[in-house]
Design a protein around this ligand. Sequence first.
Ligand SMILES: *Cc1c(COP(=O)(O)O)cnc(C)c1O
Length: 363
Amino acid sequence: MLTARAEIDLNALQHNFAKMKQCCPKSKIIAVVKGNAYGHDAILVAKTLSGADAFAVARIEEAVALRQAGITRPIVLLEGCFCAEDLVIAAQYQFQPVIHHAGQLADILAATLPQPVRVWLKVDTGMHRLGVFPEQVAHYVAQLSHCANVSGDVGFVSHFYRADELSAPTTHEQLACFIQATAPHPGEKSLSNSAGVLYWSDAHFDWVRPGIALYGISPRGDSSGIAEGLQPVMTLKSTLISVREHKAGESIGYGGNWIADRDTRIGVIAMGYGDGYPRTAPNGTPVLVNGRKVALAGRVSMDMMTVDLGPESQDQAGDEVILWGKGLPAEEVARHIGTIAYELVIKITNRVRRQIISAGHNE
Ligand SMILES: *Cc1c(COP(=O)(O)O)cnc(C)c1O
């Protein structure tokens, strides 16, 4: 019997990629596949997205794994190299590191590399997490463009911090700052994450960097991918392993924090925090059983969770359960749990089998 599994729908992935392309037909696309493609399997995603112009990851190990799997397109290291040794690896594999602080500039100026690399300069336009200040850009460009370890023009990146809020003034401010800081320089520019692609058409520039939208999830916590023309790529499924009669007044599970107010039936699902379903999910979090929304009842344990099926329910052990994905947006589940769908999908553990779904190919 199948237990916890994450179906990965490659047709949905292609659909979402096409939607990104439709939003910004003139821009090249860096598909963001960090964090094992947000839990979706980075190698599978990279091999499927044959139209992507480049990929981006957060850790050099993720980039090496992609190269070793035969991915030959450009790979951007979003936070650059964390030490001088990694710069040599980046050059060997032809990764494109971001440079965001003085130490990284010093490293590349001093390095002896097997071949030069393309680099991106990160500008802090307001997020204040990474990046050089706008007034430092000219200095960095001057240093990098005279450095034999750098090939081509220095590219420019920055990152939005409130682009998911459609009326936030900060996005206009970041855009203006980015344009002003980079205008004197010839290199290519990249500013937009998924929210920028979907909601800020002035911010597309030469390259866009969508992540979450490729996976069919809205960057807005108060929306859903489906509502925005995207399709969920991951559907997290499991199975009822028991259906029990339960008396009014009785509790369920660790801590006994849920008590039935009527006689009912309880479904036990083979899914727990050991699979990556959050233990913090409260009573009432929705779960789809036989296409019907039911409520989580009792604490999520390591291997199981329990739902209130209702006194009239006909569900049986062996029936299929959907935790999120098709029919139940991860965004909706995330709202109940007090997090964002990004965190849900990326935290699925190795115990959960990834099952590929695509037209003419089910495995
Ligand atoms: C993760 C990341 C992205 C993708 O963001 P989404 O909101 O998932 O589209 C783009 N750029 C940078 C620098 C990132 O770290």
